[in-house]
Design a protein around this ligand. Structure first.
Ligand code: C2E
Ligand code: CA
Ligand code: CA
Ligand code: CA
Length: 274
């Protein structure tokens, strides 16, 4: 069993640490988890830097595995991608997020956006647009309140296909964010052709802000670039006041991070929202 590093930083659990037997068992329980509905969403607030108000939440997947407690996504998403199970899991995540959006809308949150992580494999499916169309019509969610987070590596396929899909999703009313910006492969050349709403600056740049003047320069540059391209820009993983002060100074629009809140259960999140 080998799991591709996936161009991402945090997936390294399944290289050699598990025996084959253990791995098969893990895959089996991952399949069962779908059937038995063991997945749930946590929500991390996204905050406007100007007003300190919650403008959105990112839906983050959790697996409540009986006998093991909560399994974080970094521990099972690589295997889910390797086995293709991410397609069914991702569909379920989007459906749950849309249902939640409708429920919150009915309670008066008509502007709150919910951001949903879309895996590269999912986005590249030829029936991706059909799948999201079905979920929107079945749940009655407002696409304007749903943000799809894709990573730069998604653009690795033929760029025309990628841009065409983005354009369709925009026309349907979805908001689009580029996740983990700065860590992927997309060339700046394409950035002006992306019809997106938001760049999310990867946590790695934010966490080293105080230590590295170079990262300070990079973050400043990304914010300036985003302004020039008319994208909104959000900083991920903000943990300190110093970081948020710096981000405010350079004109970053939003942030997300432990400074404001960790990812929350539905109950905890509703406590903050209402
Ligand atoms: P991500 O999309 O970059 O999500 C942000 C991650 O950073 C979350 O980890 C969040 O808990 C963590 N985080 C947020 N603020 C802070 C902070 O201030 N400090 C630190 N140290 N960490 C912070 P989480 O929930 O463990 O998710 C990890 C990754 O798993 C996500 O990274 C995303 O790539 C993936 N993921 C999560 N849910 C889904 C999903 O539904 N579908 C797919 N395809 N991937 C998902
Ligand atoms: Ca994300
Ligand atoms: Ca991210
Ligand atoms: Ca990340």
């Amino acid at each position: 069993y080998k799991v591709k590093a996936n161009g991402k930083n945090n997936y390294k659990v399944y290289t050699s640490s598990m025996s084959m037997e253990h791995m098969m068992e893990f895959e089996h329980s991952l399949r069962k988890a779908l059937e038995w509905d063991e997945f749930l969403l946590y929500y991390q607030p996204q905050v406007s830097i100007a007003t300190n108000k919650i403008v959105g939440v990112e839906a983050l997947l959790r697996w409540r595995r009986p006998g093991y407690g909560f399994i974080p996504p970094a521990d099972f998403i690589p295997l889910a991608e390797e086995t293709g199970l991410i397609l069914a899991i991702g569909e379920k995540v989007l459906r749950k997020a849309c249902e939640q959006s409708v429920a919150w809308r009915q309670k008066g949150l008509t502007d709150l956006r919910i951001a949903v992580n879309i895996s590269t494999l999912q986005f590249q499916q030829t029936n991706f647009i059909e799948m999201v169309t079905n979920i929107i019509s079945e749940t009655g969610a407002n696409p304007n309140q749903i943000e799809l987070e894709i990573t730069e590596s998604v653009a690795m396929g033929p760029i025309e296909n990628f841009l065409a899909k983005l354009s369709l999703l925009k026309h349907m009313g979805f908001q689009i964010a580029i996740d983990d910006f700065g860590t992927g492969y997309s060339s700046l050349h394409y950035l002006s052709q992306f019809q997106i709403n938001r760049l999310k600056i990867d946590r790695s740049f934010i966490s080293s802000l105080e230590k590295s003047e170079k990262d300070e320069a990079i973050v400043k540059l990304i914010v300036m670039m985003a302004k020039g391209l008319n994208f909104n820009v959000l900083a991920e993983g903000v943990e300190t006041e110093a970081q948020s002060t710096f981000l405010k100074q350079i004109g970053c629009d939003e942030f997300q991070g432990y400074l404001f809140s960790r990812p929350l259960s539905l109950d905890e999140c509703e406590h903050l929202l209402f």
